[in-house]
Design a protein around this ligand. Structure first.
Ligand SMILES: Cc1cc2ncn([C@H]3O[C@H](COP(=O)(O)O)[C@@H](O)[C@H]3O)c2cc1C
Ligand SMILES: O=C(O)c1cccnc1
Length: 350
């Protein structure tokens, strides 16, 4: 298993020359220049990542990192931690929002237990520990545990690469993970907690107020250093965010395009990019989360979303929703006649 340090050293920048060749192919196609907008940009990006002009995303998976969060004790969520395992079990049976969407998008579901309170059969076991601590009282976990979770994500990306997966979508499930995500986002962006915090899966006004207070108090207490991503995750993060950060790093390491989902996934992507800026070139933004910080995080990542659908579900639903758009883009890119071909036909005597 590759260590985080080794992976960080081995991640290479994307190869622009393949992206440039893909752009020339788009420009030769018989349609107004650039008229498929972000769909064209996505294919150019994928070509650079895969290092091939005839890029291919026909084999795809959605990895769903599942973990529990000790901070749920503080009343920052609408439902209890037991819901994490219930939904996770449904991932193994194909009965969740993301499963139904992934079936249509022809994406394999890979549910990963990176730190749930309960063991659920049928999941990829990458459990670092049974849930985190309540970060209002003590650090969520140790630095070693953060590194272990990141390394599990990197390892899983390696396994997906070995299986021939050509595109990964990132998902998560873990009650309380919008609280950990808001805390991490506030530290990494240096923005006020209020701007970074929303209602998650559905909090009341009073609940939202409490959630903001809890995060503020915890940050006051831990004073995490924004330059120390592992330290921030250890103080106020979650195992799902750490595992996802590893997935982003691992996909970059293996030249796999990786689709960012919503709020939690964006925070994990930001962690990965702060650990290794070259990772940015391997990311594709699917949609803009309806959580208050959704747009800000995408800006911070330098990404433009393909979809604006007002989604705020998680599980990887937004990332999976964008896959059919990419399929359509690649189909046009491959099959559509070029200006040259059409002109040649036009000169044939009728
Ligand atoms: C039944 C159910 C299914 C979900 N699927 C995704 N989430 C989403 O909501 C959770 C984060 O919100 P919070 O921080 O407010 O707990 C995550 O698990 C996320 O994936 C769900 C939440 C619930 C309740
Ligand atoms: O945007 C998200 O990823 C999100 C928002 C609310 C709850 N769960 C996930």
């Amino acid at each position: 298993m590759e260590s985080l340090e080794q992976a960080l050293q081995r991640i290479e920048p994307v190869r622009q020359e393949f992206g440039q060749a893909a752009k020339r192919r788009w420009d030769s196609i018989a349609k107004p220049l650039g008229s498929l907008g972000l769909l064209e940009d996505a294919v150019v990006r994928i070509a650079g990542i895969q290092r091939r002009v005839d890029c291919d995303i026909s084999r795809r998976a959605v990895t769903i990192f599942c973990a529990d969060n000790g901070i749920v004790e503080e009343g920052v969520t609408q439902c209890g931690s037991e819901v994490t395992a219930v939904v996770a079990e449904n991932f193994t049976k194909g009965d969740s929002c993301v499963c139904i969407m992934a079936e249509l998008a022809n994406a394999e579901i890979v549910p990963v237990d990176i730190g749930m309170n309960i063991d659920v059969p049928g999941m990829v076991r990458a459990k670092v520990r049974y849930g985190t601590e309540n970060f209002l009282k003590e650090p969520a976990m140790s630095r070693q545990e953060v590194v272990k979770a990141v390394e599990e994500g990197i390892y899983l990306a390696e396994k997906l690469a070995e299986k021939g997966i050509q595109l990964t979508a990132t998902g998560e499930m873990g009650i309380g993970n919008t609280t950990t995500s808001s805390a991490v986002a506030a530290v990494l962006t240096g923005r006020p907690v209020e701007e970074m915090t929303g209602r998650g899966a559905g909090l009341s006004d009073a609940g939202l107020k409490r959630k903001i207070e809890v995060i503020k108090q915890a940050l006051e207490q831990h004073q995490p250093d924004p330059a120390d991503v592992i330290g921030v995750l250890s103080a106020v993060g979650g195992l799902d965010i750490a595992g996802l950060a590893g997935m982003f790093l691992g996909c970059a390491r293996r030249h796999i395009p990786v689709m960012v989902d919503g709020f939690i996934s964006s925070v994990a992507a930001l962690c990965a990019v702060r650990l290794c800026p070259a990772v940015q070139g391997y990311l594709l933004a699917s949609h803009c989360s309806e959580e208050p910080a959704g747009e800000l995080l995408l800006n911070e990542l330098g990404l433009t979303p393909l979809i604006r659908a007002g989604m705020r579900l998680g599980e990887g639903t937004g990332a999976v929703a964008a896959i059919p758009l990419l399929d359509m883009a690649i189909e046009v890119y491959r099959k559509m006649s070029t200006f040259e071909e059409i002109e040649i036909e036009a000169y044939q005597p009728l």
